[in-house]
Design a protein around this ligand. Structure first.
Ligand code: ATP
Ligand code: MG
Length: 394
């Protein structure tokens, strides 16, 4: 029977939390393969097995599993039963491997066996020797332990054995849903989707919040952010995206405040509104794509003044990365092409020619004293629109 054998990082998943992580990983895998022929997903003695229907396409399944965080590596495998009595225990496995291997092109090989349960009477070495001898016999090929053309992997469990010839890299990280929920401020640029991705990879479920400039700009930034959120949903299967109209709030700030402080004031308003949404969604942190010194709003001073408006922890996973590194990540994740499409970001609306790069908190507090902050936050919350996203979409 065809299946996928999945290995996770033992170190991250060990200890008392193991079954919690394992169950979450099983759940995420079920979501990932449910429409591409994944049948049953089970945790079995330190690995996870996904059974495949006969018509399942391996490239499709592989593509899905490669995006499930928490996986170290995975393989397309076959199962074989054990024989009835001790001398013939490995006979069915031997014959299955002999038949499977005779179609493959290779000159040298090795067998690498793992015993998951010490109650199984044969050691890994016993299995390697017996299967290796059989492969030599049926193919005439020779063993090379150091640099084989082909490695036959065998895992003996208590009821049956699994064998596979190839191994795919997993994405690493922790299963989404094991590190709580965070609220990611998604702008439509290159950086913020990467920031969200990094937290998702550490096991967080992300909700997304976007501030758009309507009614003063077109829908372009919203459409882009919907697309980015959909791309990120491939890693967590379900997402919530809040779209918050920000143009009128910005206009009120423009009327009241000296132009040099506008950007910092916009950001502090975004943080306050995002924080209310985050609390509703039981998030433990806010996440932004800031990187130190990248633009005027991201100087050390301005980052500090923006953070001062936050009550929840404000996470900035890209803070020490430069644009080249962030861009490379965006390309790997698959968000870059969407991020560079032209739009009308609300932050470019009412932007001053000379923003302050070394903002001090005192004048900011004084200016905000003149605002009705509670009413401005309420205005954003009341107008926020919620979009639910799912992957796969069917
Ligand atoms: P990005 O590429 O993520 O847009 P950036 O280099 O353009 O980042 P800024 O525009 O200064 O940087 O934004 C810094 C961070 O503030 C963004 O990464 C994002 O988390 C948040 N942010 C900025 N504008 C918005 C917005 N319109 N809606 C939601 N979050 C925003
Ligand atoms: Mg931006």
């Amino acid at each position: 029977m065809r299946c996928v054998i999945i290995h996770y990082h033992e170190v991250a998943l060990k200890g008392r939390n193991r079954s919690f992580f394992e169950q979450r990983l099983v759940h995420n895998l079920r979501m990932a393969v449910r429409d591409v022929g994944g049948k049953q997903v089970d945790a079995l003695q330190g690995r996870i097995r996904v059974m495949l229907s006969p018509d399942a396409s391996w490239p499709l399944v592989r593509d899905r599993i490669a995006r499930v965080f928490g996986i170290a590596n995975f393989s397309l495998a076959q199962s074989a039963p054990f024989g009835d009595d001790t001398p013939h225990l490995l006979d069915p496995l031997k014959h299955a491997i002999g038949a499977a291997i005779s179609n493959l092109a290779f000159n040298t090989f090795r067998v690498s066996a793992k015993r998951s349960d010490k109650r199984f009477p044969l050691t890994s070495m016993d299995v390697e020797r017996e299967i290796g001898a059989h492969v030599c016999e049926v193919t005439g090929k020779s063993v090379n332990l150091r640099h084989p053309d082909l490695t036959v992997h065998i895992e003996t469990l208590i009821k049956d054995a699994y064998y596979f010839m190839g191994r795919e890299e997993g994405p690493g990280g922790l299963p989404v849903g094991t590190s709580g929920t965070v609220a990611c401020l998604l702008s439509g640029g290159i950086d913020s989707p990467v920031a969200a991705f990094r937290l998702m990879k550490r096991g967080c479920t992300a909700i997304f919040i976007h501030f758009h400039g309507r009614p003063y700009v077109s829908r372009a930034s919203e459409e882009k952010v919907r697309e980015l959120a959909a791309l990120l949903t491939r890693y967590q299967f379900q997402s919530r995206l809040y779209l918050v109209p920000f143009g009128d709030i910005q206009r009120q700030i423009v009327v009241e405040a000296p132009s040099a402080f506008r950007i910092v004031l916009y950001r502090r308003m975004m943080i306050r509104i995002a924080e209310e949404l985050a609390r509703r969604e039981r998030c433990w942190a806010l996440v932004t794509g800031d990187s130190l010194g990248q633009v005027a709003s991201q100087t050390a001073e301005n980052l500090s003044v923006v953070e001062e408006a936050a009550g929840l922890p404000l996470l900035r996973p890209l803070i020490g990365m430069d644009k080249v590194e962030i861009t490379e990540q965006a390309q790997r994740i698959g968000t870059f092409e969407t991020s560079i499409e032209p739009d009308q970001d609300c932050c470019r609306l009412f932007v001053p020619p000379h923003p302050s790069t070394r903002t001090d908190i005192d004048p900011i507090r004084k200016i905000e004293h003149g605002f009705d902050l509670i009413a401005l936050v309420k205005q954003g919350l009341d107008a926020a629109e919620l979009v639910d996203l799912a992957f796969p979409t069917s």
